[in-house]
Design a binder for this molecule. Structure first.
Ligand SMILES: Nc1ncnc2c1ncn2[C@@H]1O[C@H](COP(=O)(O)OP(=O)(O)O)[C@@H](O)[C@H]1O
Ligand SMILES: [Mg+2]
Length: 239
């Protein structure tokens, strides 16, 4: 069961949106998905409250540093993918989640503040890798991309990150009304009314392409390569 965290030390980068789009798309494709809501602001939990029970999706709220590892261990029996939504911080829970993840997604909106928040996570990952002599797979995902952001500007950002050796997900998450509606109305892109939400088909295509890339990166039969005990040691050092 791949564990995927969404981290950026800054709020508003698009973590929760990207996490929920991935979760709902994977669930739509038939995977059993667990979302650990590790943000005290409980955005995912609130979405779940207004949505009601969702097929293939389990949401676990009020996740703490102490409970994180136990949740993951338990979920490894019942979920195909576990997705962790983190607060815009660089604290113990963020560090613990990163240490327990098979892949860390770093959403970046392309603005300077976001890039700095993203860089803080990249630095944290590097510190954890150096201290623990392990690899923490991670990628930047560009979010809230609008037609105002030129292909050229995007290519520049991708080039800069590639020069630093950072993997960038090919599919950027586009700025779409449908992605905001999910949080206002509950449900998923597949329960929304196409007559009421503009460009819903495009939004679905975008979520599908993003999830497709994640699935190729992390097929469900991933074998965990690190010993949990080793993770804990590193987490303690880095926090
Ligand atoms: N791709 C997107 N299209 C439209 N609105 C978005 C998109 N991504 C994020 N938003 C909006 O931006 C705000 C911050 O996004 P959010 O996912 O909550 O970021 P974070 O979890 O990093 O704080 C929210 O109001 C959200 O609805
Ligand atoms: Mg959030």
């Amino acid at each position: 069961m791949p564990v995927i965290s969404f981290a950026n030390a800054k709020g508003g980068a698009g973590k929760t949106t990207a996490a929920l789009l991935l979760a709902t798309e994977l669930a739509h494709q038939g995977y059993r998905v667990a979302i650990l809501d590790a943000d005290p602001q409980r955005w995912i939990s609130q979405w779940h409250d207004i949505s009601g029970p969702q097929h293939n999706i389990e949401v676990i709220s009020e996740v703490s540093v102490a409970s994180l590892q136990g949740h993951i261990r338990e979920l490894s029996r019942s979920a195909d993918y576990t997705i962790i939504d983190l607060a815009g911080a660089r604290d113990a829970i963020v560090t613990t989640a990163i240490g327990l993840s098979d892949h860390v997604m770093i959403p970046v909106q392309g603005c300077a503040m976001d890039a700095r928040g993203g860089a803080q996570i990249l630095d944290l990952i590097k510190l954890m890798e150096d201290t623990g002599k392990l690899k923490i797979a991670h990628s930047v995902v560009l979010t809230r991309v609008t037609s105002m952001v030129t292909t050229r500007a995007l290519l520049t950002i991708k080039g800069l990150l590639a020069a630093r050796g950072v993997n960038v997900i090919d599919t950027p998450i586009v700025e779409r009304t449908a992605f905001r509606e999910i949080f206002d109305c509950g449900g998923t892109l597949y329960t929304m009314d196409a007559a009421k939400v503009s460009n819903l088909d495009r939004a679905r295509e975008n979520a599908q392409a993003f999830a497709g890339e994640v699935m190729r990166l992390l097929p469900v039969k991933v074998i965990r390569s690190q010993e949990p005990r080793r993770f804990l040691r590193i987490v303690r050092n880095a926090a």
